[in-house]
Design a protein around this ligand. Sequence first.
Ligand SMILES: [Zn+2]
Length: 493
Amino acid sequence: MEKPYNLKRPAGLEDYVIAHADVTYLIFSKKEETVYCTRCRKLTKTREAEWMEHKGKALCPHCGQEGETLNKRYGRKGITEYGRVLWFRKHGRITFAQLDEYDIDYTGVKPTVRFWPSAQYRLCKDSQEYYKHRPEGCWHGEYWEKKSNVYLPAPSTGMLNCFCKPKYLKTETHDSAWDCLGTDLKYANTDMLRLGFKDELDPYGLIIYLAAFLKWQAVELLEKAGFENIVAAKVKHSYSVVNWRGNSLRKILRLMPAEIKEFRAAGGHAVGLDVYRTVKEKGYHMSFKQTKYENTWAIEGNLEAIGKYTDVQKVLDYLDTQLCVRTNDYIDYMKDCKTLGYDMNRKSVLFPEDFDEAHRKTSERIKIEADALKQAAFEKNMEKLYGKPVFESDGLIIRGAQNATELREESAALGHCVRTYVDKVCRGDCAILFIRKAEAPEKPYYTLEINKDGKVVQCRGQRNCSMTEEVEAFVELWKQNVMTKSKKRKEAA
Ligand SMILES: [Zn+2]
């Protein structure tokens, strides 16, 4: 289709764009003793030009803006700035808006601006229209397309520079947004800062907000009632948990008056509203403070899990008395209590005064018990696979490892990885033995691994080194005296 509307650009749009350019150029002439500033567009006669250097930095003698200095004698071809500007026009009830792409060309002494339309909007209560311009491509000529949702298009990246910053990234809203909105938007609040945008007239937020304001009476009703957070969630993330077609707060929020009051007091955040409703559908009540910590997808399962331990509503009321405890944390704590064999009917177990403290204690005890179980398995399997007293000969001794701590210390002292063998020992897959000098029985020397059949798998010393002749001889002796003997005894038995 052809361009839908012929809209006249606001007077002074060119000046506006130049004044808002990112870079200011100061074009100086030493001969004429002049400096021309592209921002304020004033030519100043000044002897300062004498001291200026091509592509240096200086301040405009007229407006004081810092700029890049360019010698008038040199060409300025290719010095261009690109951007987009959104401006408004009103016609009675109707608001028109156009998004222009522009480039500022600094080739001449005075900068010139070229505009071309990129998007158009026609906004009123009856309809909200958005048209996007499609520039000429390989397969088609230029055309305009009507879009079904109203938003501001992202700057196009183009085929050749799709990995860099888009050329027309800079996008601003023109001042006409203040006084050129149609009467249908009389009560619209265009302050985008309050909705969480960084710019007061953020163009992306503004277009979505204005269209939403016109489309749904709910926007104005929610704002008036202090639920700006919900409007913000819609404009920023199109996050929608309310009935936008509703014509009263009750219908919009799908809450009873008392609930609306509670919701507002809790800050009225859209996050959590769906959790609140899910909990309500299950026949329970969760405070809005609590819903904010919860996860929409998990909440139903969590209620069910809690129900297996105790009364769900009592738990929800209890969580409300605690500081930021999620149902997930509570379920975790319940599992701990059960594992530890606590009396699950006791009030002090179900509803401890300080949840965090109680949870920390159960986690600690679980860890201690797990360690104790591990130690028991370690001892049992060492006894099963080896279980011999200390053997001594020629100033060397050999004995079985007693616990995980010993393996860690052995690893640290000798720089090898026997510390990672704890689980292997606990499973009964191997036994670890220590060879030490009789004069220093506490000092790690050599570490020996034997497998399930009592065969030596490896014997390593400092940094995984192999055995010395002396150690080798000792190990041979030990095999004959301890291992073979016991084997024979076993066979005899
Ligand atoms: Zn200036």
